[in-house]
Design a protein around this ligand. Structure first.
Ligand SMILES: [Zn+2]
Length: 210
């Protein structure tokens, strides 16, 4: 085995973590430090700089939608995109709950933010009408060239970090709603702390896309 070059520092731990909706920009020392990067916001800004996200020559990416169904408000993502008219952001999150942001009155500089606070105990019976009445119209009017989903699975009944009662198969319904908008969807894994529910929820999300 080759000896390690001790003049070069060894990487001790990775800085990258799938949790990416709370890269808090609050000045130190009140910063929460839950996340380091906002993957969804970075991906959205990156996509807008590309000549196209389609295979059609000359197609451009002018508008990106971000849907965040993680049980916590995507405060970091919102902070990164709320002043960009080319990005629309929608978050469904338990409220009141950590991080305490995401009030319905927060609409973004260009009416490009839609926050949907959910009460503890909410279930698919509460979520599904919101897709029909608010989320789909919000994005349909915008006609996004790309939809990025901050796909957190900590809103399931068994999750220890929240009190929402979604079932793993409910995420299949969410995906089917998204597919009515576009088939150009990127799913990014966010929270999810009950691992059986997490695995089943991910399968339910992917299955309608196949
Ligand atoms: Zn979460």
């Amino acid at each position: 085995m080759a000896r390690r070059d001790r003049s070069r520092p060894r990487i001790q731990r990775t800085c990258l973590c799938p949790l990416a909706t709370h890269p808090d920009i609050t000045p130190f020392p009140k910063r929460a430090w839950v996340c380091i990067f906002s993957n969804a916001a970075i991906a959205a800004h990156y996509a807008l700089r590309q000549p196209g996200v389609d295979t059609v020559p000359g197609a451009r990416c002018d508008r990106v939608g971000i849907l965040d169904w993680d049980v916590h408000h995507g405060n970091g993502t919102q902070a990164c995109v709320e002043e960009n008219p080319q990005i629309r952001f929608c978050s469904l999150h338990q409220s009141p709950h950590y991080p305490g942001t995401g009030k319905a009155e927060e609409r973004g500089k260009f009416e490009n933010v839609l926050n949907l606070p959910m009460r503890a105990g909410s279930s698919i019976a509460d979520y599904d009408p919101l897709f029909q009445e608010k989320i789909i119209p919000f994005f349909e009017e915008f006609q996004p060239d790309l939809l990025i989903v901050s796909a957190g699975y900590d809103a399931t009944t068994g999750d220890p970090l929240a009190q929402i009662n979604l079932q793993p198969e409910d995420f299949g319904r969410f995906t089917r709603h998204c597919l009515k908008l576009t088939r150009r969807i990127v799913f990014g894994l966010e929270g999810g702390y009950e691992y059986d529910d997490l695995a089943r929820s991910i399968c339910a999300t992917i299955e309608p896309c196949l």
